[in-house]
Design a protein around this ligand. Structure first.
Ligand SMILES: Cc1cc2nc3c(=O)[nH]c(=O)nc-3n(C[C@H](O)[C@H](O)[C@H](O)COP(=O)(O)OP(=O)(O)OC[C@H]3O[C@@H](n4cnc5c(N)ncnc54)[C@H](O)[C@@H]3O)c2cc1C
Length: 394
């Protein structure tokens, strides 16, 4: 373990050099706050690098509290105002990073996520922030008003920006939750989110992709869905996974723009002798049409089908009820849902209500954004808000 004797005491120590830690460190540094970042990874911003397939969907043109899941849905409002999507866009513009809107307001870097990492790194450099990589924080103790990290570093302001549990190979750990628990803060059980779902018996459909409407409870999303060897993936499924609970049914409309019941009734009334599979072929991908006709044991033509049978077919297509057995877990989850209970934290300053000088920002908190740039925006909004509210000097 590295010990930096000269600079052992800092105004602020941040655990984690992901998006939230870096934004926070940059803001503090630029305000002249002596800041140290301790990071377990060999590099900073490893998740930013792979985000959005390497182009980093860094924010969205339309961000509101409705894009987030949390036990306290109003918690995000203050930070999203203090450092909004437009503040983030302004920062990106100032750094002359080319970006574009892909769809639905999602903003991506034109070149590479590295542009964002370089921007954040430069801001830290300008503020003389010290960053130590390959340094694993595994314990924090409180001594009077100070927090001691691994018996190496001391600060009166400790910021936990250690992220969630997803993608262990990028340095994810449970240290944020451990520290929170140690200081008596409540944790909402961390679960994988923005994650593919496992459905048994779909492997024959692997590779098929189509635009669907997925529903769970009050939530619904229309977007692409992909059948894989283990079940279902694609944006529509990742989005609904934020809300899905194990053991519960999701509803999938495989052709949201067509009422299959009306369509088949009309085809039958027209006296058309077409086979069901051939009719469905024009609407669904061929392999899926064959799969459904076989599954429903329908071989004959449409004239032989009763209203009841047509209703069953329509339900299978417009209202497929499916119960995933599980998610693909933290290894494939873009984010972690749950985390440090936000009712323990000030929504303005991100300080723990129980312990002065202990802060939590980013994904370690029980705030989960939808797919579309909302998680990096949250990391940035919470990180910047913490830094801007810190009052060190009287
Ligand atoms: C594949 C993938 C793609 C994604 N794409 C997008 C996207 O396009 N848009 C979007 O908005 N969101 C995206 N996300 C989510 C987004 O990247 C995260 O929500 C965001 O990076 C969280 O930032 P954070 O700072 O809270 O945590 P992280 O970025 O996870 O950073 C946590 C840091 O803490 C460090 N750390 C952990 N444990 C310790 C320890 N014990 N000691 C010291 N340091 C420690 C880690 O090394 C890491 O650097 C994606 C996520 C993944 C996995």
């Amino acid at each position: 373990m590295k010990v930096d004797k000269e600079m052992k005491q800092y105004d602020v120590i941040i655990v984690g050099a992901g998006a939230s830690g870096l934004i926070c460190a940059g803001e503090l540094g630029l305000r002249g706050v002596k800041t140290l970042v301790l990071n377990s990874g060999d590099k900073i911003g490893k998740k930013i690098k792979i985000a959005g397939g390497g182009r980093c969907n860094f924010t969205n043109l339309n961000v509101s509290k409705d894009n987030y899941v949390s036990n306290n849905p109003n918690f995000v409002i203050s930070a999203l105002k203090q450092f909004s999507n437009y503040d983030f866009i302004e920062m990106v513009k100032e750094a002359k990073i080319p970006y574009y809107e892909k769809k639905d307001g999602q903003l991506f870097c034109k070149n590479s996520s590295l542009d964002i990492i370089n921007m954040l790194s430069k801001r830290c450099e300008q503020g003389s922030v010290k960053i130590i990589n390959n340094y694993i924080v595994d314990d924090v103790v409180k001594q009077d008003d100070a927090y001691i990290v691994n018996s190496d570093y001391k600060t009166e302001n400790l910021v936990i920006a250690a992220g969630g549990m997803s993608y262990k190979n990028l340095g994810a750990s449970d240290i944020g939750y451990k520290i929170a628990r140690k200081f008596g803060l409540k944790i909402i059980e961390p679960k994988p989110a923005l994650v593919p779902l496992v459905i048994d018996g779909c492997d024959k459909l692997k590779g098929i992709s189509l635009n669907v409407k997925v529903k769970f409870g009050k939530q619904s999303f229309t977007d692409d869905m992909l059948f894989t060897h283990f079940g279902l993936s694609g944006p529509a499924i990742l989005k609904i996974s934020n809300y899905w609970n194990k053991g519960e049914v999701i509803e999938i409309d495989l052709v949201p723009e067509i009422d299959i019941y009306d369509f088949l009734i009309k085809e039958r009334e027209s006296g058309n002798k077409k086979k069901l599979v051939n009719l469905l072929n024009g609407i669904l991908p061929e392999r899926l049409a064959e799969f459904i006709a076989k599954e429903m044991k329908i071989n004959g033509n449409i004239l032989e089908l009763s209203n009841k049978k047509i209703r069953e077919i329509a339900n299978r297509i417009n209202n497929w009820q499916v119960t995933p057995s599980k998610t693909k877990g933290f290894d494939m989850a873009e984010v972690t849902k749950g985390g440090v209970d936000v009712n323990e934290i000030s929504s303005k300053t991100f300080e723990s209500k129980k312990h002065n000088g202990l802060y939590f920002i980013g994904e370690v908190l029980d705030v989960t954004g939808e797919l579309g740039g909302f998680n990096l925006q949250w990391a940035s909004s919470s990180g910047a808000s913490m830094a801007r509210n810190l009052r060190l000097f009287p």
